[in-house]
Ligand binder design. Structure first.
Ligand SMILES: O=P(O)(O)O[C@H]1O[C@H](CO)[C@@H](O)[C@H]1O
Ligand SMILES: O=c1cc[nH]c(=O)[nH]1
Length: 290
C-alpha cells in the first residue's frame, strides 16, 4: 500500500522530514542522546565522519568507530520526541522512499541511549552509570498504538498503579522491559542496573518544587517505597520507557544507559556532569565495538 505524502513526509531532497536524513545516511547501530551538543561529544571519538545533518533539535553524525559504522543522533527532551525519532529511524530502514511502501524484508536497528538521569534512592550514586532493565512510562505516547499488549508488562504496571494510588486524571502507567541481549552486552562491573521512571516533565512530573506546588507531594516517596518482586525504582528521566516501547513495537532493539547526575534523596548534583557523561560515552563506544 502506498503511503501518502501527508503521512510519510519527505523533503525535496528525499530526506525524512524531522531528522533531515536520507536512508543511506543512517547506520544500523544508532546512539541517541538528548542534548544536541552531546552529538559532538560522541562523534569526536569517531575515526571518520561521513554525514552531518541537522534540523530543529535533531542533529545526526554518522561515521565509524574502530571500523564500525555508527550514527549518533539527538532526540531533544521528552517522550513526544521519541515518537518522532523512532518512527523516522524506522522509516529510514523499513520504508522504500521511492515507492512509498513498507519493504518486504525488514531491518532491525540497535538503538542505544546515552542519557542523563536523577537517582531516587541514596544507593544510586551521583556519577554512576545506570542501565535500565525496565522503563515505567508515565507518558501517553504508547497508548496511541495498537498491539501493545504483548510488549507491556501489565502485572508490573498494575502493581505500580495500586501502590501509588495513581491519579486516574494522569495517563495510565505502562511498563516495558529492555532488550535482553543488549542489556547483557552493556552491563559490567562499571554499571548498575535499575528500573527507570520516564515522565513528561522535569519539575512537577519528577516531584521538583521551585514555586509551583505539587498535587501529590508524596509521589516520589511512593516511587521509592514501591517494590515488585523485590525490585525497586532507581531513577527518573524522560525518554527510556517510550524508547523501549517504540523499539519493541517496530521490531528494533533498544537499551538505555544513563549517567546519574542528580540524587533526589540527598539533594545533590554532580560536580562534574560533563566528565561523567564523557566517561559513559567512552564506555558505551567500547561496548558497541566489543
Ligand atoms: O540528558 P538527556 O539525554 O536529555 O536526558 C535527561 O535530561 C533531560 C532533562 O534535563 C531529559 O531529556 C532527561 O531524560
Ligand atoms: O533529575 C534528573 C536529571 C536528569 N534528567 C532528568 O530528567 N531528571
Amino acid at each position: 500500500m502506498r503511503i501518502e505524502e501527508s503521512e510519510l513526509i519527505l523533503t525535496p531532497e528525499g530526506k525524512i522530514y524531522h531528522l533531515n536524513l536520507a536512508p543511506s545516511q543512517l547506520a544500523a547501530t544508532v546512539i541517541t542522546v538528548g542534548d544536541p551538543d552531546r552529538v559532538e561529544m560522541v562523534s569526536k571519538y569517531f575515526d571518520t565522519i561521513e554525514t552531518k545533518a541537522e534540523h530543529r533539535e535533531f542533529k545526526t553524525h554518522t561515521g565509524t568507530y574502530k571500523g564500525k559504522r555508527i550514527s549518533v543522533i539527538s532526540t531533544g527532551i521528552g517522550p513526544d520526541n521519541i515518537d518522532i525519532v523512532f518512527n523516522e529511524l524506522d522509516a529510514l530502514v523499513n520504508i522504500d522512499f521511492e515507492k512509498r511502501q513498507v519493504k518486504k524484508k525488514l531491518t532491525s536497528l540497535d538503538i542505544i541511549r546515552i542519557g542523563t538521569s536523577g537517582g531516587l534512592t541514596p544507593d544510586v550514586k551521583v556519577d554512576s552509570f545506570l542501565i535500565s532493565t525496565l522503563g515505567i512510562g508515565l507518558d501517553n505516547v504508547m497508548h496511541y498504538y495498537d498491539k501493545t499488549d504483548k510488549i507491556f508488562n501489565r502485572d508490573f504496571a498494575q502493581s505500580f498503579i495500586d501502590h501509588t494510588q495513581w491519579n486516574p486524571d494522569n495517563s495510565v502507567p505502562y511498563a516495558v522491559e529492555a532488550d535482553k541481549t543488549l542489556l547483557k552486552k552493556f552491563t559490567s562491573e562499571n554499571t548498575i542496573q535499575g528500573i527507570t521512571i520516564t515522565n513528561v516533565g522535569f519539575y512537577g512530573p519528577q516531584g521538583r518544587v521551585l514555586r509551583a506546588k505539587l498535587k501529590d507531594e508524596k509521589l516520589n516517596e511512593k516511587l521509592t517505597s514501591f517494590r515488585y518482586k523485590k525490585k525497586k525504582i532507581t531513577n527518573l528521566e524522560m525518554e527510556t520507557a517510550t524508547m523501549y516501547g517504540m523499539a519493541k513495537l517496530l521490531g528494533h532493539r533498544a537499551i538505555s544507559m544513563n549517567a546519574i547526575i542528580a540524587n533526589r534523596a540527598s539533594g545533590t548534583f554532580s560536580k562534574n556532569a560533563s566528565k561523567t557523561i564523557d566517561a559513559l560515552i567512552q564506555y558505551t563506544l567500547e561496548k558497541v565495538t566489543e
